[in-house]
Design a protein around this ligand. Sequence first.
Ligand SMILES: NC(=O)c1ccc[n+]([C@@H]2O[C@H](COP(=O)([O-])OP(=O)(O)OC[C@H]3O[C@@H](n4cnc5c(N)ncnc54)[C@H](OP(=O)(O)O)[C@@H]3O)[C@@H](O)[C@H]2O)c1
Length: 404
Amino acid sequence: MTAPAYEFVIYGATSFVGQIMCQYLIDEFAEGEVRWAAAGRSQEKLNTLVKGLGRDIDTIVAAADDEPALQAMAEQTQVILSTVGPYALYGSPLVKVCAQSGTDYCDLTGEPQWIRRMISAHEEDAKASGARIVHCCGFDSIPLDMGNFFLQQHSVQQFSAPATTVKMAVNKMQGGGSGGTIASGINMIKEVSKDSQLRKDLADPYYFCSTDHGFNASQRNVTGAVYDDDFQSWVGPFIMAAINTKIVHRSNELSGKAFGEQFKYDEVMITGSSFGARMGASSIGVGMGFFALMVALPPTRYVLEKLVPKPGEGPSPEAQLNGFFDLSFIGKTEQGETLRARVTGDRDPGYGCTAKMLVQSGLCMARDISKSDKAGGCWTPATAMGDALITRLIAGAGMTFTLE
Ligand SMILES: NC(=O)c1ccc[n+]([C@@H]2O[C@H](COP(=O)([O-])OP(=O)(O)OC[C@H]3O[C@@H](n4cnc5c(N)ncnc54)[C@H](OP(=O)(O)O)[C@@H]3O)[C@@H](O)[C@H]2O)c1
């Protein structure tokens, strides 16, 4: 069998985040250093993109519902990095094709209902073909899943025991949203508002685990202002917790319950210790509820859709450059030993940083994680790539992982 022509293909190279990924590859890698191609549904848009990048880059055309074209694309590459979203609307045929053909796949989805569908539908095919399917290779959930992985490794080194309780708090974060991300969020709320079973499923922290997972630890779920003694601060809900916590619990199961059967993990946002900070923590939950209500009701959704960024739009290059994130983790072992870790990123979380994370995931899957080391299946970032990805994120994606 001849080796695939490409290490990875960026599918959705013309998307807002896909364009940042392409520019990052041009800026950081010499011509020929990475074997990659840009793919999308429109040859014309791809030609415009390549012309703007000023380098000779191969292109592949495939519409999201054209399985023969997706299959032909999958046969030419080791890994597909997909930014074609909302994934619940456009992403399923590609996951099916990759799972059946043995091609590795990474994406940026943060849509739990769709991830659950993909695991249920394609995990067995991926195991049989050797395809490694890795969802959530952007801000959700790499810094969180890898941050917990990093802390757990040090806990085992220092205390010979995992941290059975881990809390993550966002210290600071600056960034905006793109049309694609907002469209994905709106689509998810639309699905949830029509389906009461899905509402219940989404509240389950073990939603991505197997049916016989056996976990029953009750998890903290911060929805309003809470004073947290460990962080010595008021904390409020973190919007991405709904996806990240499920990924981290799946990592626990896929690593043989390495963090314990009673593992607890939660995520919050730090607002400070003053009275104003308490009000700030309350207002996060109120704001999230208000947005969900606006989207759930058709008349307000109509108005909202006119106001938010459209697909293809997102934060300016200056906003990406000035953005950042700073996350704290506190882990405690069963014996009460405590460990603190910190994870930071040097661009806005959703675009500048996310683009680098997805490219580095592609390189990691293609170069560091051999098919004989990691079998096919639906993995999480930490269980698929572990240490090798942390090394790449530090060296090439402007991220830090440190103990405090
Ligand atoms: N996890 C994270 O932290 C994170 C961060 C950023 C983004 N995201 C997610 O990543 C996705 C992309 O975001 P974005 O803002 O870059 O989105 P975007 O600019 O709206 O781009 C969407 C992409 O999907 C393509 N597309 C739509 N329908 C298609 C079809 N039928 N066939 C083939 N391609 C099709 C579009 O192609 P055209 O260019 O031809 O229109 C475009 O390339 C979203 O789902 C977003 O939620 C996640």
